[in-house]
Design a protein around this ligand. Sequence first.
Ligand SMILES: [Fe+2]
Length: 276
Amino acid sequence: MLKNEKVKIAFIGDIVGRPGRKIIKENLTKLKELHGIDFVIANGENASHGFGLTVKNANELFNCGIDLITGGNHSWDKKKDMIALLESKPVLRPDNYPQEVPGSGVLVNEINGIKLAVINLMGLYTMPQVLNPFTHVLDIVEHLEKENIKHIFIDFHAEVTAEKRILMQMLKGRVSAICGTHTHVGTDDQEITDGTYYVTDVGMTGCRDNVIGMESDIPIKKALTGLGGHFNVPNNCKSIMQIVIIEMDQDGKSVNGFKIKLYDNKKEVISNSIIN
Ligand SMILES: [Fe+2]
């Protein structure tokens, strides 16, 4: 990479089912061209009918221009497929699962001569029991710093906003970007502080006219009666694609970051970060 050259990466929030995959297929190639995106990361733990990720759907997403897929609490819903993907493809699961769990949550990628480390972590509250993400990530970042890797991206898959803010306050100035996932609802708090881009949650890519990507009838019944059922991703819906685009300098500092919300009617809403 030449001096002063920048790298531009994109991150797509939780892809939910076929409608999520469809809107990506229709739009990602032209977004990459338009914005000069070098590398695309996406959270894919809900990409196969809302629960997990199959080999077939992962390949579909790679063919759309996604370079790396992260996961979360639903990573194991299609367990056999996930283990195959973790062994053979750029697919991550949260790194703070215990060591005996298959796969990894850290991958260093080469992009135009620079090394970009992607870290996938999971929060604690309402999540499966995992290792403390905060102590765990400090070890990872320290190791990457020793390797002189300056471009570091984190997908923090967590329910609680405060856990995400804690991670940001802990690591600002040391990593390039921290993007939250899991709640499926995008937050309006993009900032760049000491060269670290941060957003509490990117928001999902999928159906937007129901309950966080799922048909509303079962969640409503559950709320009213306490009785559950199988959640379904609708076949027809109003959809949304939510993608953040982050530009990093040669030292791994984020210098620009914005988010695009792209609706099925082609309406686009762009929001920018405040730079602190
Ligand atoms: Fe999740």
